[in-house]
Design a protein around this ligand. Structure first.
Ligand code: ADP
Ligand code: MG
Length: 486
């Protein structure tokens, strides 16, 4: 035993030398000092990393240098695996370790590249390429890699008002793929709000409910590339047949097909086939079907056949829950509530920004062995996260307006009909309409459970007052200045 232990330690030390000479000192210290080698079995070196985010970060950013180091030190058969110290389950208190492969040595990397079409259809062991996969009996059972990322599941897709409809529709589709009226299910939002995550979650849930179904996740860019390749190699039939073998097609970021008429034509063809056969399609896009540009009308009208659901920026309370869940997934349990609250308050753009901020804060704290305080969080956000401060959230607007009139936010959100409270409520709604892209209904819901007509009425009332009452207009102007300087 001791002999072996010194062995893997020595091997890892050798690897570290190579890694160190390829990275900046800061990166090396942050990411590789906390790593410890734990075993060496059959040419596979296992290293332990402190959390899931370490694993993901290292795999994403340093896999090349790791691969080089491992191959150099251990020879061409050298392999690497990770052992990640994890929370057991979402809220569990027990620690467990999870073993994960290194992307260069095992199949199933973080972002698996779609294999070339002819291979993914069926890579004949004898090296023959099957030209028309569709006519081979029993072909359906051929294992198509779904390209789903098991980390992007429903369990860790936090529910909030911002995604309730899309999430519920996704869930319904996963229970009954192709059989609901949500076909296609069209999910749209701006970047970083969870389209890709939800798309994977739906695919995973379908696979869990119906293991025999063939599910494929593909982003539209890959689809486009495959199509171009098929044109080049004159294998368009294979291409279409491949897609017709699927029970469920999840196509991410369909906006990439804008102005690609030929690809759209093929997609149209596949789409119609799916409809005829009651097979499920899930489509995501950065725009709603009505505002997607560069698409043929017949395709756009089909996008509207099923259900179109959007994802919005999560409200502060949902942001808090997302942050907590991300931290728990990274094995971090002892962070101050105040820090979580601060992060949720500061980062109002999208969930990806929140994750970015968390990673820099966690990295910084592990680098300097600092505890994570609000002050540290603030420094990191000021330094690394751009465009957070200038985005104005409804929470912030409500706070500014209430502070201006010295009224607690909870009173503004109450049912009170007292004149000054109503006035503050109206102004908050007015500024929310001006500065956020929330709908009237959403503003109402976030202003003490009012409906969209109330918000509309409030905005008109504010404009009337502004035109007729100079004192009021001055207050409005002052608040506007505060918000603009935020
Ligand atoms: P999009 O595809 O809309 O650009 P992503 O699906 O890539 O967005 O989401 C960006 C990041 O935010 C991902 O890491 C995702 O896991 C995370 N995320 C988004 N929404 C949620 C949510 N509701 N709960 C947990 N994580 C989320
Ligand atoms: Mg995406």
């Amino acid at each position: 035993m001791p002999e072996e232990s010194s062995n893997y330690q020595t091997i890892w030390n050798e690897c570290l030398k190579i890694i160190q000479s390829n990275l900046s000192q800061e990166h090396f210290e942050t990411w590789f000092q906390p790593v410890v080698p734990v075993s060496l079995k059959k040419q596979e070196l296992t290293i332990q990393v402190p959390s899931m985010f370490y694993y993901e970060f290292i795999e994403k950013n340093f896999w090349k240098v790791l691969k080089t180091a491992v191959r150099h030190v251990m020879g061409p058969d050298g392999k690497l695996a990770y052992s990640v110290v994890m929370q057991d389950g979402k809220y569990g208190k027990d620690k467990k370790t999870l073993t994960l492969p290194h992307s260069s040595t095992e199949a199933g990397s973080n972002q698996p590249a779609m294999p070339p079409l002819s291979k993914s259809v069926n890579d004949d062991p004898h090296g023959r390429e099957i030209v028309n996969p569709f006519v081979i009996p029993g072909l359906k059972s051929i294992n198509i890699n779904s390209q789903l990322n098991s980390q992007l599941n429903f369990d860790n897709f936090i529910e909030g008002e911002c995604n309730r409809l899309a999430r519920a529709a996704g869930f319904a589709v996963a229970k009954n793929p192709g059989k609901t009226s949500f076909n296609p299910l069209f999910i749209h939002s701006e970047v970083g709000l969870g389209k890709t995550h939800l798309a994977h979650a739906i695919g995973l849930e379908i696979k869990a409910n119906f293991p025999e179904k063939t599910v494929l996740y593909v982003d539209a860019e890959t689809f486009l590339q495959q199509y171009l390749e098929a044109v080049k190699s004159q294998t368009i039939n294979d291409f279409i047949h491949f897609y017709q073998m699927l029970d469920v097609l999840i196509i991410d970021d369909v906006q990439f097909l804008a102005k690609k008429e030929k690809t759209q034509e093929i997609f149209f063809h596949i789409f119609n086939f799916f409809q005829r056969e009651n097979r499920q399609m899930v489509i995501t896009s950065d725009k709603s079907p009505s505002s997607l540009a560069g698409f043929e009308q017949r395709l756009l009208s089909r996008f509207k056949w099923g259900l179109s659901a959007d994802l919005q920026i999560p409200d502060k309370e949902t942001r808090v829950r997302i942050i907590k869940s991300k931290l728990a997934n990274s094995g971090i349990t002892d962070i101050d509530e105040e820090v979580v609250d601060y992060l949720a308050y500061r980062i109002v753009t999208n969930v990806r920004e929140i994750e970015g901020a968390l990673i820099s804060i966690l990295a910084q704290s592990s680098l300097n062995r600092k505890t994570i305080t609000v002050e540290l969080a603030k420094q990191m956000i000021d330094k690394f996260v751009q465009n957070t401060i200038h985005e104005i959230s409804i929470d912030y607007i409500q706070k500014v307006v209430c502070d201006y009139f010295n009224i607690p936010v909870y009173q503004m959100l109450s049912k009170s009909r007292k004149g000054e409270i109503v006035q503050v409520r109206h102004l908050s709604m007015y500024f929310a309409k001006k500065y956020t892209n929330l709908s009237l209904a959403q503003i109402g819901a976030r202003s003490g459970d009012k409906d969209h007509a109330t918000v509309l009425h409030a905005c008109r009332a504010v404009e009337n007052q502004q035109a007729t009452n100079p004192k009021y207009a001055a207050d409005l102007n002052n608040i506007d200045k505060i918000l603009k300087n935020a």
